[in-house]
Design a protein around this ligand. Sequence first.
Ligand SMILES: [Zn+2]
Length: 176
Amino acid sequence: MSRKFLKTSNCKPINLLFSGMDLSYDGMYKVSTIKTMSCPCRSGKQYEACCQIFHQGKNPDTALQLMRSRFAAYALCLPDYIIHTTHPANPQFFHDTAEWTRKISEFSSHTEFKDLEILGFQESNISATVTFVAHLLQDQKDVSFAEKSYFEKVKGRWLYRSGQCVPLPKNKDTFA
Ligand SMILES: [Zn+2]
């Protein structure tokens, strides 16, 4: 539990407004105040029994846990966590952390994270892939996508190495 990942002050994760939680946003509410909600990674577990420990600094044991906790971090607007768990060789890695934080915050604030569907997961000692569908809405528009993510274990810690878009599975319900 070495570090906590905090949201930036300009984050207003709108998905929480749709999660049945009666939250009033004061610009800086703490993750601890929302620990009784169901986890935004859509595992069906409570946040405190799921991704919260990772957001509080514990390293996920598996790449799948990392992937889920990153989805939850986007939903909760924790840009710090996204940055900390991205491999420096990832094409999406920005060296301008302030700008990157701003971009993540903007994305999180304008996106509803409706569901996460895991289609596949393979892991070896040092690398892993997770294929998933992220069900997202932006301005009532379905912006869901499917991705195959690659993860690498670096010094005992799983990191998001890269992602590749894959076709959305057919016959899946969307939320738009
Ligand atoms: Zn979770």
